[in-house]
Design a protein around this ligand. Structure first.
Ligand SMILES: [Zn+2]
Length: 275
């Protein structure tokens, strides 16, 4: 499932390849991925010019020069390709957009995703309810602390809720918490100021490191190339039964709410001494 680094990689490539292009045709074989009827989306896109592409959490948005915007979310994952880099025949891609310069965008959702046409008035979709992007320059350590202030519940479910912070999913959350020495089920009020500061720096370092490598290696970019960030970089993530990359204790897999979690019992005590 693509998270912030993979989505940001795709958005940067879409910006390079598609920004400024005029849309000439739109074909949709999976109407439920749209927020309007196929005809309405086609009318709203064909003949319009794509603006700059920007990532916000797990969403990609491109304002149209004539007003409104195209917004894309890949859900559990998708094959997103330039037509010239498509591996399948075109009809296997359930959303196909063509541009005047012979380019375009093909999307094949693995399960379910979204292609929305926004009219720019706000209050019309999940993008309006997203929290700040985890790599937004405005999210400094003070702003991160402010997001956690007064909150209850477990830290991991807070981080995964896109309305709090946008872009973090299960893949990066394991090591974000492990490298910060925080158990995923720790109640937010139990976190010490030093732990929150550590978590903030770890979040930025981890996500920035993956962005620099083009995202995770199990996802592919607009050209069909895998990212360069391997899970071998993790100290606990997906390493059940292996030694923790920091202390050597055996990594265990636990239930953390509705998602599995990988933790080091030594680095991430559920009840820290003095906590
Ligand atoms: Zn450890």
């Amino acid at each position: 499932m693509p998270e912030l680094p993979e989505i940001r990689t795709l958005a940067e490539q879409m910006d390079r390849e598609l920004a400024g292009s005029r849309i000439t045709a739109v074909e949709v074989d999976q109407e439920k991925c749209l927020n309007r009827s196929v005809d309405s989306v086609r009318r709203g896109l064909v003949g319009r010019t794509l603006g700059p592409f920007e990532a916000h959490g797990k969403w990609i948005r491109s304002p149209l020069a004539e007003g409104g915007a195209l917004a894309i979310n890949l859900g559990m994952g998708a094959e997103v390709r330039l037509p010239r880099c498509a591996e399948e025949t075109p009809e296997n891609y359930k959303f196909r957009m063509h541009t005047a310069d012979g380019g375009g965008l093909f999307i094949r959702f693995w399960w379910f995703g979204h292609v929305h046409l926004l009219d720019g008035t706000g209050g019309e979709g999940p993008m309006d309810r997203l929290g700040i992007d985890a790599l937004d320059p405005a999210l400094d350590c003070g702003a991160f602390r402010a997001l956690l202030a007064g909150r209850r519940g477990g830290i991991k479910s807070f981080l995964l809720n896109q309305k709090n912070i946008a872009g973090i999913g299960n893949f990066y959350a394991h090591d974000l918490l492990a490298r910060s020495g925080i158990h995923p089920m720790r109640p937010i009020p139990s976190l010490e100021p030093g732990e929150i500061g550590c978590m903030y720096r770890t979040m930025r370092d981890l996500l920035e490191a993956s962005v620099a490598l083009g995202g995770a290696d199990y996802e592919r970019d607009l050209y069909g190339r895998p990212g360069g960030f391997s899970r071998r970089r993790f100290i606990v993530g997906y390493r059940e039964g292996e030694p923790c990359g920091r202390c050597g204790e055996t990594v265990v897999k636990i239930r953390t709410g509705s998602t599995p979690g990988f933790i080091c019992p030594d680095c991430q005590p559920e009840d820290p001494p003095g906590g």
